[in-house]
Ligand binder design. Structure first.
Ligand SMILES: [Zn+2]
Length: 270
């Protein structure tokens, strides 16, 4: 009998970009999206991120219905509306960020997590609006704030409406700071552009995952502007920590306990 060659269904498997190992989806999720062979980090979705960081079943989403429309009726290769619809279907979320309330090691928090899978985690009007509402909620309810970033920056399809979200989130955070409520920012791969240049870098404590790309403009643009070659690993977490841009690099397995201990110190809890 001839054996039929079985086709590998790619939707069940992920290939590690670092070592080339094929990893079964469930195994990868079980392992916090860390390569089971070489330890490299895969990108994590917003929901997975919240599950990892918050106490089980403690998360309650707020402002789910806030979503971007198409104010400029923008079309690049395809209409913006179509891009939004595709991302919504692919990620099962309405916008590039999920926000809500939860607890981390029994500490009440307001929490937001971005998803790079949703249009590169880009910050449109609704992304900014959800974050501003989250920050205002934290301010009003005196809840510590934790935001996990994963973003290519502002969403060009919304032009200035997207850029203004940098100022809006920064202003809301300054009001949070006036009330002395702690904000921990967690930057993951990648955190760049207008997100790095606004709320992501404004934490009382700025944490990054290992080897994450973090920066404003891309290295090629900077090299062309300043006319110098940049050092290797420029804009990676380790380089940024060494140069004082970050407070800590924390791996996924230790992230929850580290965030909880920092919050306990900042909130004067035992
Ligand atoms: Zn690997």
């Amino acid at each position: 009998m001839l054996l039929k060659k079985k086709k590998i269904d790619k939707s069940y498997w992920n290939k590690c970009k670092k070592c080339g190992e094929l990893i079964y989806n469930d195994d990868l999720i079980e392992n916090l999206s860390i390569c089971t062979s070489c330890g490299a980090y895969f990108r994590m979705g917003a929901k997975e991120r919240i599950d990892m960081l918050c106490d089980s079943n403690s998360f309650r989403e707020i402002n789910r219905s806030v979503k971007s429309s198409d104010p400029l009726e923008f079309t690049d290769l395809i209409p913006y509306r179509e891009r939004l619809a595709k991302s919504r279907q692919k990620c099962g979320m309405e916008e590039s960020v999920i926000t809500g309330i939860a607890s981390i090691d029994d500490i009440a928090v307001a929490v937001g997590a971005m998803d790079f899978g949703f249009m590169g985690g880009s910050m449109g009007y609704a992304t900014g609006e959800k974050l501003v509402r989250l920050i205002e909620y934290a301010t009003k309810k005196k809840r510590a704030l934790v935001i996990v970033s994963a973003s290519g920056g502002a969403r060009m399809q919304e032009g200035a409406l997207s850029l203004i979200q940098m100022a809006r989130t920064a202003a809301a955070l300054s009001r949070l700071a006036e009330h002395q409520i702690p904000y921990i920012s967690i930057m993951t791969d990648p955190t760049t552009g207008g997100v790095a240049a606004s709320f992501a870098m404004l934490g009382d404590i700025n944490i990054a995952e290992p080897a994450a790309l973090i920066g404003f403009a891309g290295p090629r643009v900077i090299e062309d502007t300043i006319g110098h070659k940049l050092p290797k690993e420029f804009q990676r977490s380790e380089f940024l920590l060494e140069h004082g841009f970050l407070d800590a690099i924390v791996g996924r397995r230790e992230l929850k306990s580290k965030v909880a201990s920092i919050l306990k110190i900042l909130l004067h809890k035992k």
